[in-house]
Ligand binder design. Sequence first.
Ligand code: GUN
Ligand code: ZN
Length: 429
Amino acid sequence: MNNRKIIKGRVLSFSENPFKHYFNFNSLLLDNKHIYVNNGLIEGIGDTPNLNPAYDNAERIDHGDHVITAGFVDAHVHYPQTAIIASWGKRLIDWLNTYTFPEEMRFGDPTYAAEIAERYVEFALHNGTTSMASYCTIHPESVEAFFTAAADRNMCVVAGKTCMDRNAPDGLRDSAKSAYDDSKALIERWQSKGRAHYAIAPRFSPTSTPEQLEALGALWAEHPECLMQTHLSEQTDEIAWVRELFPNARDYLDTYETFGLLGERGLYGHAIHLEPREMDRLAEVGASVVHCPTSNTFIGSGLFNTAGMMAREINVGVATDTGGGSSFSMLRTMAATYEIAQLRGVALHPAQLLWLATCGSARALHLDNQIGNIASGMAADMVVLDLASTPAIAQRSARAEDIWEEIFPTIMMGDDRAIAATYVAGQRV
Ligand code: GUN
Ligand code: ZN
């Protein structure tokens, strides 16, 4: 069977990081191009309808003047919080205790876990998100459900069991030993199976004993191929609590570093209120931080310093943080990234916002050799954007004098109606 396709549209492909100071935004043209897809991979991008005779009978899809970018990469979500998104009135610790933990208790039931995993993955794809790094719950069943839902759709995903052995309700705690054993068994079952990638996940230092952090640090040392994801310095009350729980730690990051949980393949969610030493260490080890802008405003956490992180060459991903975040949409997430940077005195360029939601997040997950850009050899995970998806957006983009002015209203005002198509490994979903 011929699995080849030629997909045409205005293609956005990054050859460089638009946060580099010499970057010329005018060099990023969105031309009418043909994307040659073979067996789920991009084989080339060109001006002509045929790459070689093998494409003579290929399926041809023309997206007209819609923009084709890499599928969005959501670098930090909690799929089990799908059904409690937009829960009112609490700050972080109260929000966890009131809404999150009771909901997460339900994921020991594989039927419920599968139902929510399916629901979440469909919401993500509708919003053009083709990959994500998701927390699960303490239950191995929740991990199984998520990787299964993703594998059924051939999606490249990162996930892992969330570990907590203190400061969580009865029924939602594991132990140092069971967190180690269950995580290890899940790594053996899922790491690099198809497009699945495992992230070891101590939830955050307040919900792990030093013994659990140590056990998970040892597990990471045994499985350096895995990512490690956790939360860091999200709210000031949380930081004060960490100081009480770990009186000998130099700072919040040190509670991870001491136990072998700081490394290049580490992903630190939120990372808002950092000390200079923490910034230095993140930069030195080449770790990644994940900006969760709609969550940071919704839960009232603070203003992440995107430009400061980029200036220090710390890897930054962006994320919805569903359901602390208030949207499943990476367009909405880019808009909030722009707004928060504005509150810090920086206007991010639309190309920088799109880069963060694709290449930047993919690089944070160490998957930028496979996803996050439209280029030869990458997976054909793509999103097709309609830049006139509502009358309000259409009337603004019609006045645009260049492509970036045409795209920006969709970033700021767009939602799932702007997603004209989503492709996963070359298949339209
Ligand atoms: N810190 C620890 N757990 C969580 C969570 O589930 N959501 C957010 N936003 N922060 C956290
Ligand atoms: Zn989170």
